[in-house]
Design a binder for this molecule. Structure first.
Ligand code: X6L
Ligand code: MG
Ligand code: MG
Length: 167
């Protein structure tokens, strides 16, 4: 073993969403910024999907997508970089679960389980959200959701898929 061997990169999944302004440009800019980050390589990017808003806040439809990355960043550093990119694109946090210029969520980080302030991995509710599962299963059907199911297995029983349109 070489004395300078690096830890192998970890395969992680990110969920992206936008429902304010030029949503296509916001997703592109977010992925470009992530891909230019030292320690992040974007290895797959889903198509974009138009999805009805989930949650208690009435708001416009979203554009959602997922990306698979390989990263040498730890989970907290990866989250911090995602939040930094959100801020760089002008995200303001006011209404909880309200409309946003860009949202970047860490869905999966290897086989890791993380429960920390502001960071739960695997994302605890992604297995119920068609707006996550449809793009994720497109690029990583075997993605481990952490509940014993893969993305494609969860998608098979996930409601709301008929309201989602590939863009
Ligand atoms: C009761 C209470 C039922 C809360 C649902 C669901 C909260 C989803 C937040 C909920 C509840 C969320 C996106 C979205 C949001 C998105 C689409 C969230 C966070 N983000 N809808 N709604 N795409 N289509 O990215 O996911 S707010
Ligand atoms: Mg989100
Ligand atoms: Mg978020």
């Amino acid at each position: 073993m070489s004395a300078v061997a690096k830890d192998a990169p970890v395969r992680a999944a990110l969920g992206l969403g936008s429902n304010i302004g030029d949503t296509r440009a916001h997703l592109e800019a977010a992925l470009a910024a992530l891909g230019e980050t030292d320690g992040i390589r974007v290895v797959a990017r889903s198509d974009d999907y138009r999805t009805p808003p989930w949650g208690p806040v009435p708001q416009d439809d979203y554009r959602n997508a997922c990306a698979v990355i390989e990263t040498t960043l730890g989970p907290r550093a990866l989250l911090d970089r995602c939040l930094e990119v959100e801020r760089a694109l002008g995200r303001e946090r006011d209404v909880r679960w309200g409309p946003r210029i860009i949202d970047i969520d860490v869905l999966i980080y290897g086989e890791a389980r993380v429960e920390e302030e502001g960071l739960s991995i695997p994302h605890p509710r992604m297995g119920e959200r068609a707006f996550v599962l449809v793009p994720l299963a497109e690029i990583w059907p075997g993605a481990p959701l952490g509940d014993g199911r893969t993305a494609s297995e969860a998608l098979a029983t996930c409601p709301g898929q008929d309201e989602i349109r590939k863009l």
